[in-house]
Ligand binder design. Structure first.
Ligand code: G4P
Length: 192
């Protein structure tokens, strides 16, 4: 069993609305050993794809993405949810991402300078639920004329439609752990 699965069983807390709280080791306080193991698994899975950039969205995607980029020895780029004062309108790619969990739609942006048509991009995020975040990131990659090599996810909530949405768009999705159910406040995984 992966370190991540063990930590989810030990320290994860299931909230009534099918939300898994992993604040103590993944997306608030972060255990570098867990993130390191995740990055290694992404590397082993995608190492033959010619990845030139790892791409995520702020905030919680940044930790796994930076460790993954380090392993691939490529830059990490993260999409921003608000426009930095230093970035001009024509210098950016922009898309909309709706969060069902938070019920907000954000304009998500990156500078055109950091994604080029010859980039081969690995998208990384902490959770895959409805797939809206990764779908937005795919859109930004396509606006740049670059290629999506795949999507690496730490925790996939397989009872939500995110994987199907991304696969329908042609992306290969690789998840470290896939949660079958959070019913009755209990975590059950889809076994490998
Ligand atoms: P999506 O991430 O697949 O697009 O689905 P959804 O719209 O449901 O998720 C919106 C936000 O909620 C995302 O964070 C996602 O990572 C987070 N999320 C979804 N399910 C869970 C869960 O069970 N537990 C936790 N802890 N988070 C979940 P975000 O809006 O990008 O925020 P940030 O925290 O990365 O800044």
């Amino acid at each position: 069993m992966s370190n991540l699965k063990e930590r989810i069983l030990k320290d994860g807390v299931v909230y009534p609305n099918n939300v898994l709280k992993v604040d103590s080791f993944l997306n608030h306080q972060i255990d570098p050993q867990v993130i390191h193991e995740i990055a290694e698994a992404f590397y082993q899975h995608f190492k033959d794809k010619g990845i030139t950039k790892v791409f995520t969205i702020e905030a919680s995607g940044i930790a796994p993405a930076i460790m993954t980029a380090m392993r691939f020895e490529v830059p990490m780029l993260f999409a921003k949810k608000s426009l930095p004062s230093t970035l001009k309108k024509d210098d950016q790619y922009e898309t909309k991402v709706h969060s069902y969990t938070k019920n907000v739609t954000s304009n998500v942006i990156i500078s055109k300078h950091y994604l080029q048509a010859d980039d081969v991009v690995l998208i990384v995020d902490d959770f895959l639920a409805n797939g809206e975040a990764a779908k937005g990131l795919m859109d930004l990659v396509h606006q740049a004329g670059a290629k999506v090599a795949g999507v690496g996810i730490c925790i996939e909530k397989s009872f939500q439609p995110g994987r199907q949405t991304l696969e329908d768009l042609g992306a290969e999705v690789y998840s470290i752990c896939r949660i079958k159910s959070l019913a009755n406040q209990e975590v059950t995984f889809i076994e490998d």
